[in-house]
Design a protein around this ligand. Structure first.
Ligand SMILES: NC(=O)c1ccc[n+]([C@@H]2O[C@H](COP(=O)([O-])OP(=O)(O)OC[C@H]3O[C@@H](n4cnc5c(N)ncnc54)[C@H](OP(=O)(O)O)[C@@H]3O)[C@@H](O)[C@H]2O)c1
Length: 263
């Protein structure tokens, strides 16, 4: 168990990536503290983990609200004594953000992913780091996407938002690594089990005259192995990166695009 007794807080834990990472962390022995802004989804994940023998607690926390994040961390540290891992897997809803050409996009919809993702990542990282500095140890993680490094049409402010997350990962690491805190991002390719991918790509497939199945094959054909990653494969990498086995890794985003995007 590479995360035995580590205390991990996960934001957006009711979602596809957050839920898979929570399960993988718990399988590796971590005590997972799951948060989301709708309690039911997070509680369902916590229940699964506890019935499989893991340690999980669920809480309603808006990951864009400084006071709520701080209060929750206070209670985690109050009970467990520390926080070892902070993982931000929040997904800003894509409705009205994708599918509109940039020349037709209004400022509000362009800005929403930029301010939303940057705000949430900044707040969750900063508030966790304040606790981690005291222990001279910790790992802060988030998830980006290949849009950070590839020009793609009809994605509005989503690409710049992913690039901002990766820049913040580097800058946080530059400041926090001297305090014993590692900061690492994950950049997965599309994982087909998630609702995000279907919601984001199905309309684009239709608009280009492709079926959803043809679109999936097109995405897979861009990887070296001609297949897309599963949630479990991504979550296993997340657990390794969060563990002490990755002690030499900080200030970087792990390219999980399986060859779709060269380094
Ligand atoms: N899925 C993929 O294959 C993939 C690939 C690359 C990158 N990504 C990126 O990874 C992130 C997560 O993706 P996902 O597929 O896991 O998305 P998801 O299934 O939609 O999960 C996102 C989670 O974030 C929660 N959330 C949204 N706003 C929140 C807030 N203010 N406070 C707390 N929780 C909040 C959602 O809660 P509610 O459901 O209750 O609103 C949901 O549980 C996104 O940035 C996505 O773009 C995903």
């Amino acid at each position: 168990m590479i995360l035995k007794d580590k205390v991990a807080v996960i934001y957006g834990a009711g979602g596809g990536i957050g839920g898979a990472v929570a399960r993988a962390f718990a399988r590796e022995g971590a005590k997972v503290r799951l948060t989301g802004h709708h309690r039911a989804a997070v509680e369902a994940v916590a229940k699964d983990i506890v019935s499989a023998g893991g340690s999980a607690e669920a809480a309603e926390v808006d990951a864009l609200n400084e006071e709520a994040i701080d209060k929750h961390l206070q209670s985690v540290v109050g009970k467990a004594g520390r926080v070892d891992i902070s993982f931000n897997a929040v997904g800003i809803p894509d409705a009205k953000l994708l599918g509109v050409p940039l020349v037709e996009l209004d400022l509000e919809h362009f800005s929403l992913p930029l301010t939303g993702y940057a705000t949430s990542y900044f707040l969750t990282a900063r508030l966790a780091a304040r606790r981690m500095i005291a222990n001279k140890s910790g790992v802060i993680m988030t998830v980006s996407a290949l849009h950070s490094r590839t020009g793609l049409p009809l994605v509005g402010g989503y690409g710049p938002a992913q690039a901002a997350k990766e820049a913040l990962t580097r800058d946080l690491s530059a400041e926090l690594a001297p305090h014993g805190i590692r900061v690492v991002g994950l950049r997965p390719q599309a994982m087909l089990e998630t609702r995000t991918i279907k919601n984001a790509f199905e309309p684009r497939a239709k608009a280009t005259g492709m079926t959803w199945e043809q679109w999936q094959q097109m995405l897979a054909s861009r990887t070296h192995g001609k297949r897309l990653m599963t949630l479990e494969e991504m979550a296993n990498v997340a657990a390794f990166v969060a563990s002490d086995k990755a002690s030499g890794m900080t200030g970087t985003t792990v390219n999980l695009t399986m060859g779709s995007l060269d380094d």
